[in-house]
Design a protein around this ligand. Structure first.
Ligand code: MAN
Length: 357
């Protein structure tokens, strides 16, 4: 049974939230340049390195908004440029707080980069100013880089993240051994694609990735599986999880962090959103040797946005994860709450697996 703020939660909720939530919020990090404000700190990648627990934070910034105007930053050949539009302009559409639509073209309200923070206990994090932030580097990243999944394969950390630009929303890859020098491999899944989680070991000699292409006219926002011999060139595409009408994941689904090896199969925590853009978490269980075979899937969410910090914020009613730590049966999930702050919760892997039966 889960108790939060004295209230008992629905049985579908298996999460034990940290008392210290949020563990990081926008005020905990200075803006990357004068004139910008950190609007949201969210959706961290998670990994262990040199005996510590690390988060790769998504830092979303924009200028302080002046009354009557909407301004947002973009990168123009690596240089920061601010666009400013009058709110009175009939061509401006601000319906979705994450997007600026002007004259039919979409921009993002914030520009995101990635910054490292570390901790000895997984609760108290310090931002690591000596580690350089990762920022958008080329024409495919000029609207920023977001929601990075970190997968460790051998001694190499692979960073699969969302690269946003006028070319669309795509998945790009960088890799590092020491978090100081990086190899930028470019786009691995072209638009529209995001939510890419690389498996941390090969299966039958192949690398595997979950990813989320979107097919707007026919089809939808579904989780696909791909395989590769070098992590750069992907084929063998298969759709493994579609949205489900009238359920909590009826409009979009997308993978969370790297799939977790269990005796029962690969456990993948994923997000699902419904018609009201309410983002919950559920689980998928994939066959250990044939990961395109789905052995189980949550009928009810394992975690729903019910805490105050999950219900209200930059984009309310959102729990979004792209990283976790596993220690025996204990899974520590880090997540963005309401696209505003970073929180954490613990789960028992056994309890998640039982809920799939
Ligand atoms: C999309 C992405 C995420 C974000 C969610 C909820 O999936 O933009 O970064 O957290 O929407 O807004």
């Amino acid at each position: 049974m889960n108790i939060m703020n004295g209230k008992q939660l629905a049985s579908g909720n298996l999460a034990k939230r940290f008392q210290a939530n949020p563990v990081l919020k926008p005020g905990d990090i200075p803006p990357s340049v004068a004139g910008l404000k950190v609007e949201c700190l969210l959706n961290p990648g998670v990994f262990r390195f040199q005996g510590r627990i690390w988060l790769l934070l998504r830092v979303a910034e924009r200028p302080e908004q002046k009354p009557g105007f909407t301004s947002f930053p973009v990168l123009d050949q690596g240089k920061l440029r601010i666009h400013e539009l009058s709110n009175g302009d009939a061509r401006l559409n601000l319906k979705d707080p994450r997007l600026v639509n002007f004259d039919g073209a979409d921009y993002l309200t914030t520009l995101s980069h990635l910054q490292l923070a570390s901790s000895s206990d997984g609760i108290h994090f310090q931002v690591e100013p000596l580690f350089k932030p990762l920022i958008g580097e080329d024409e495919y990243e000029s609207y920023g880089i977001e929601d990075c999944r970190v997968s460790q394969i051998g001694a190499v950390y692979y960073l699969a993240y969302t690269a946003v630009s006028p070319n669309g929303v795509a998945v790009a890859l960088r890799s590092t051994r020491d978090w100081r020098s990086f190899t930028h491999h470019g786009i691995i899944f072209p638009p529209h694609n995001k939510d890419c989680a690389l498996f941390e070991e090969t299966i039958g000699g192949c690398y595997f990735a979950l990813h989320r292409p979107s097919s707007p006219e026919l089809g939808g926002n579904y989780i696909w599986l791909a395989e590769s011999s070098d992590l750069l060139h992907w084929g063998g595409h298969r759709c493994v999880a579609r949205t489900r009408t009238k359920m909590w994941d009826s409009v979009r689904v997308g993978a969370g962090g790297a799939p977790i090896r269990t005796k029962a199969g690969w456990l993948e925590i994923y997000h699902g959103a419904d018609e009201d853009q309410r983002y919950c978490l559920g689980a998928l269980l994939l066959d250990l040797n044939e990961p395109w075979k789905v052995l189980g899937r949550s009928s009810n969410p394992i975690m729903e946005p019910v805490a105050q910090y999950e219900r209200a914020g930059f984009f309310g009613n959102v729990i979004f994860t792209n990283g976790q730590l596993v220690d025996g049966d204990e899974l520590t999930m880090y997540y963005g709450a309401s696209d505003s702050v970073i929180c954490a919760a613990k789960f028992s892997i056994t309890e998640i697996l039982k809920s799939l039966l």
